[in-house]
Design a binder for this molecule. Structure first.
Ligand code: ADP
Ligand code: NI
Length: 229
């Protein structure tokens, strides 16, 4: 009998327990959305659904953002969990490697995935960072770090190293320019690129409306003006 199903179900229970109720958008439902999207994308990419589901479930268990920037904490936690859950060594190494490569590391830093399983999990995680849910998550995360919504005096920066990206303390509107608006063109798979298109446009509309509201007091009133304030 395959060991896969019980390992998956135990992993799901473990992650659900670890991440439920988290308040920065890295909660259990983020993981669940990434898992479901990664499995959907996997069908078109001939990716092994077992590795995909395990990597999606474990991808944020010890994210560097919550471990003082330590990017080895995530793969280490996944390896430790899978070893004690009884997963085979190849699967464990593959999942740990996916988690090590997954994160966005700055506008100028490439984050290539070397397997179809890694490609779909990275795409699914990035799809959850854009669109309506991405907007909600960005402000939730920004708020949790005490970041302002916006500050017109502070322009975006295109980070060319993971260290400079990690140490950035800018406002959340900058995060759209420094990461979220770049993700559409960095999708690995055609399926994810299609889904990213409308989510990307929605973020552009949001930013345009944010800007109109920010500057509404300076606008010349006009009877034909449709802009909703
Ligand atoms: P990654 O590992 O690629 O950062 P995650 O699944 O950990 O992906 O999710 C990142 C989430 O955290 C995104 O929704 C993103 O908007 C949010 N986030 C990360 N850094 C910032 C930031 N500086 N300001 C606002 N939101 C941020
Ligand atoms: Ni994630």
């Amino acid at each position: 009998m395959s060991e896969r199903e019980p390992i998956l179900r135990r992993t799901e229970a473990y992650v659900r327990e670890q991440m439920s109720g988290e308040g920065t958008g890295h909660d259990w439902w983020h993981v669940d959305r990434v898992r479901r999207m990664a499995l959907r994308l996997a069908r078109d990419e001939a990716a092994d659904p077992y590795v995909v589901e395990l990597a999606a479930l474990l991808h944020d268990v010890a994210d560097h953002k919550f471990h003082g920037g330590d990017e080895t904490a995530g793969p280490r936690a996944a390896r430790a969990w899978l070893a004690q859950a009884g997963a085979d060594a190849d699967t464990t190494e593959h999942v740990a490697d996916i988690i090590a490569r997954l994160s966005f590391k700055g506008a100028g830093v490439a984050t290539p995935m070397s397997t179809p399983e890694g490609a779909v999990v990275q795409d699914a995680d990035r799809l959850d960072a854009i669109g309506a849910i991405g907007i909600a998550r960005a402000f939730a995360f920004g708020g949790s770090r005490g970041r302002p919504l916006y500050d017109p005096a502070d322009a975006p920066e295109m980070h060319d190293s993971f260290d400079s990206y990690k140490s950035s303390t800018g406002h959340t509107i900058n995060h759209f320019h420094e990461k979220l608006l770049l993700l559409r063109d960095r999708m690995n798979t055609p399926g994810a690129r299609r889904i990213a298109e409308s989510r990307h446009r929605y973020m552009e509309e949001f930013l345009a409306q944010f800007d109109r509201e920010w500057n509404a007091a300076d606008a010349v009133p006009s009877t034909s003006q449709k802009e909703s304030e």
